[in-house]
Design a protein. Structure first.
Length: 147
């Protein structure tokens, strides 16, 4: 059965995967940036460099990749009728969680830019594991489809 995407389906799927990879690469990088950024003095020249690096990462990689991942993923979901499949509901919940994590990453960037350092190095390292765990679960759901 061919959905409304027709012959474009594999291209949309490939683009979805490419932008998911970009998005996750950014989500893996940002907390590591925050660990290094937190170690510098607020309002120092090095602090200004970290603020700029983090803003560019968000503007060039994170935000566009997240938006395109969502748009392309929703196109695929509608094309194959994924809404009736239980594995998809679990995947969607995890992707919503990753989007929330993305929001946290963005808000924490703004806190660092204001000179605030609310989280410890250890907590930032723990937060750095969130996208990896979510990714592993999402891949299992998509490939294995355990339910």
């Amino acid at each position: 059965m061919i959905g409304w995407l027709g012959a474009a389906y594999p291209w949309v799927k490939a683009a979805h995967l490419i932008f998911v990879i970009f998005w996750l690469a950014g989500l893996f990088m940002v907390p590591r940036h925050y660990i290094y950024h937190s170690a510098v003095l607020p309002r120092s020249p090095e602090d200004a460099l970290w603020i700029k690096r983090e803003a560019v990462l968000a503007r060039v990689i994170l935000n566009p990749s997240m938006i395109l991942s969502w748009l392309l993923g929703l196109m695929l979901a509608f094309d194959v009728g994924a809404w009736s499949q239980e594995w998809f509901h679990a995947k969607l919940l995890l992707v919503v969680g990753l989007t929330g994590y993305h929001g946290w990453v963005s808000s924490y960037r703004m806190q660092l830019a204001r000179g605030q350092r609310p989280l410890s190095d250890k907590m930032l390292r723990i937060m750095n594991e969130v996208p990896g765990i979510a990714t592993a679960l999402i891949v299992i759901l998509v490939i294995v489809r355990p339910f």
